[in-house]
Design a protein around this ligand. Structure first.
Ligand code: AMP
Length: 367
């Protein structure tokens, strides 16, 4: 197991989504091959990777075989079992480390981590039962958000509680399903709803020599809790921008990151930053970097996990990235002859409502 992976080597990627597809493209530019491991045969990443295996993330025999054919493993999908990453570590190098994913997968661990390193989050409390929820909501107040500790993304696994009347319905909505592991403790967290000015994210990288670099903060607009649009640079005061970058760098160092990670934050009254969550992988809100930055987020990830020297990303232009969700993918004609606009199709066969099918980025000279 070596720290430096020579070009020509193979990068194993757990997950076969669009992030894996862009990682494969970046890897190929740097002379690496990629090996996609995921359960679903119809996926955007293996259409362009060198090798693939379609197996369950829990299939140890398959994982072992995969590990014997790669030089390093990373993940592009956040719900990969941590135990599978730990198993792979017996045979190959895994970057970022499995314990980082473990923190990111669990909202309680995530909030605790940020609070322990001195970063502010919204007021939150762990919740284990309906009875507990009734008590704790009086301390947090209304409106608040109940979020499952695990398996939440794109607004899934969360529910806004606006008044006492919403408590039981919200609880039942999240916890009547058999899919929730009852052994999880705490089952959920309750967060105060933040009255924010805007949501931003910062993508940060850290290489094997300990160099830490951050991309320009981007402003994110969500619709029904799904990212719709990212605008860079974010329209926030200079001081907040500096603070956001510092928060991201601090988290990367404290968690001992190798690779890249996105931090999502709320900007409150233009003077305070609250960390919402982290994703230790390339991020949708960093897609703009493909067109407006060098290196882009995927290249930076490949450099870091392969032990290459990384560098400060330079932003060449302002950028607006719009996600093409569901049937938006069939309405892209209007973008085709727009100047300075690039369309990306992820190669997904079926369009489902809210499914991320592609994105469009428009760039213009930096102001
Ligand atoms: P999350 O899964 O935590 O990233 O939540 C998805 C989206 O829900 C966020 O990007 C916000 O738009 C919204 N949201 C989540 N938590 C809060 C909160 N405590 N206050 C206000 N909005 C929130």
């Amino acid at each position: 197991m070596s720290n430096y992976i020579k070009p020509g080597g193979t990068i194993g990627i757990l997950g076969g989504g669009q992030l894996g597809r862009f990682l494969s493209l970046a890897a190929s530019r740097l002379g690496y091959r990629t090996f996609i491991f995921c359960p679903d045969e119809k996926n955007p990443a293996s259409q362009i990777s060198d090798f693939h295996m379609y197996c369950s993330y829990e299939d140890k025999k398959a994982l072992k075989k995969f590990s014997q054919n790669v030089d390093v493993v990373t993940f592009e999908f956040e719900n990969v079992p941590v135990s599978s990453l730990e198993y792979l570590e017996n045979y190959t190098t895994v970057r970022p480390k499995p314990n980082i994913l473990e923190i990111a997968q669990n909202r309680t661990k995530e909030k605790k981590f940020f609070n322990q390193i001195g970063s502010k989050t919204t007021k939150w409390l762990p919740i284990n039962s309906l009875k507990g929820l009734r008590v704790e909501i009086e301390k947090i107040g209304y409106p608040s958000i109940l979020k499952t500790s695990r398996s939440g993304y794109d607004g899934k696994g969360q529910c806004v509680i606006r008044s006492k009347q919403d408590i039981v319905t919200s609880w039942n909505k999240l916890f009547k399903k058999e899919t929730i592991t009852q052994s999880e403790s705490p089952l959920a967290i309750l967060e105060k709803v933040v009255d924010f000015d805007c949501e931003i994210s910062v993508i940060v990288s850290r290489d094997l020599s300990g160099n830490v670099f951050a991309f320009e903060p981007t402003e994110n607009l969500h619709k029904k809790q799904i990212l719709l649009k990212s605008v860079t640079p974010a329209k926030i005061p200079k001081k907040i921008k500096k603070e956001a970058i510092n928060e991201a760098k601090k988290a990367a160092i404290e968690i001992d990151l190798i690779g890249i990670m996105a931090l999502e934050m709320f900007v409150v009254k233009n003077k305070e930053i609250l960390i919402n969550e982290m994703a230790p992988r390339p991020h949708n809100s960093g897609h703009w970097t493909l067109d407006a930055c060098s290196p882009d987020q995927f290249t930076q990830q490949i450099k870091c996990i392969c032990g290459l020297m990384s560098n400060q990303p330079i932003r060449y232009s302002d950028a607006t990235m719009i996600n093409l969700l569901g049937n938006d993918i069939y309405k892209t004609k209007k973008y085709l002859n727009l100047e300075n606009t690039n369309i990306y199709y992820y190669g997904k066969e079926t369009s489902l409502p809210k499914r991320k099918m592609g994105h469009v980025t428009s760039i213009k000279p930096k102001k």
